[in-house]
Write a protein that binds this ligand. Structure first.
Ligand code: SAM
Length: 275
């Protein structure tokens, strides 16, 4: 006899304040046969607090493929499974998409239990145009790769959202100023929903100066929201000019690269290269 397949519930958990766990998330976590968690030790206290008895299985980026197959077997046997991550919404800069795909391919229903997400929480308090935005996850850890990524984003007209860790926040802000222009409106959201929550909404160079001057502001978890490039705006022209200059500079002498970059982007040549 065929058993009805179980459902995979993708459950958002708090990003700091336990009060943000929704009643529906509690209900689902309490009724599933198994919880797949990014870090079982990290999630155990939250689940204990919800009275969850179900076994906890680790599902992280290094075991997702193999673990997905085992979890799908349980779903096919008719058991409901919840997927959670360390914080916020699973799959948002977190593992899980392979499991979701495998469950769906196996004919199982997949349902979200929506809730906190640091990127959306930051956007909601940034005071920056929010009708169109791009989420870039974490910027690369290495300086050269980070600047290259920022350069590729310099002409982006939609609001930009990135995650950053305390180890790199100062460097990332410095690079954002250098590549996107210090005058760009931005908001740095730190430790959202937690005791030391801070949101600094100001041009990038001011945010950088404040964080640099205060080591307390360098601690914790961060989301940086940056206004998109304004098509007719001088800062955007300059950012685009710098991006083109950096690309051409890899192949050409600086003066020639600057001349061409200025012609292509419309940015003043002197602002790109003062040689
Ligand atoms: N899945 C999570 C979500 O929905 O936001 C994100 C996971 S990602 C691995 C962790 C990053 O999210 C942190 O390094 C930080 O950039 C951001 N983050 C998470 N919680 C935060 C908070 N309370 N305040 C600010 N940023 C936070």
């Amino acid at each position: 006899m065929d058993t009805r397949a179980g459902r995979l519930w993708v459950v958002a958990t708090p990003i700091g304040n336990l009060g943000d766990l929704s009643p529906r998330a509690r209900e689902v976590l309490a009724q599933v046969a198994l919880v797949a968690a990014e870090d079982t030790r990290h999630s155990a206290p939250l689940l204990a607090q919800c009275g969850v008895q179900a076994p906890l299985w680790a599902l992280h980026e290094h075991n997702e493929q193999a673990q997905a197959a085992r979890i799908v077997a349980r779903l096919r046997a008719g058991e409901d499974v919840a997927l959670i991550s360390d914080a916020g919404t699973p799959l948002v800069s977190d593992p899980g998409y392979r499991l979701v795909r495998a469950a769906r391919e196996a004919g199982c229903e997949v349902s979200p239990v929506p809730g906190p997400c640091a990127a959306i929480a930051a956007l909601s308090v940034a005071g920056i145009a929010s009708d169109r935005f791009v989420f870039e996850g974490f910027l690369p850890a290495r300086a050269a790769a980070r600047r290259e990524r920022l350069q590729a984003l310099a002409g982006e007209t939609r609001t930009l959202i990135v995650y950053e860790s305390s180890h790199r926040i100062v460097e990332a802000l410095a690079d954002a100023c250098a590549v996107l222009g210090g005058g760009r409106e931005a908001a740095l959201a730190r430790e959202l929903t937690k005791r030391f929550e801070t949101v600094i909404a100001a041009p990038l160079d001011q945010i950088h100066a404040r964080v640099l001057a205060d080591s307390d502001q360098q601690r914790g978890e961060f989301v940086l929201v940056v206004a998109g490039a304004d098509g007719g705006d001088e800062a955007a022209l300059l950012a685009e000019g710098r991006r083109v200059f950096a690309l051409l500079r890899e192949e050409l002498p600086p003066a020639r690269a600057a001349r061409l970059a200025a012609a292509i982007s419309g940015a003043p040549r002197k602002a790109l290269y003062a040689g």
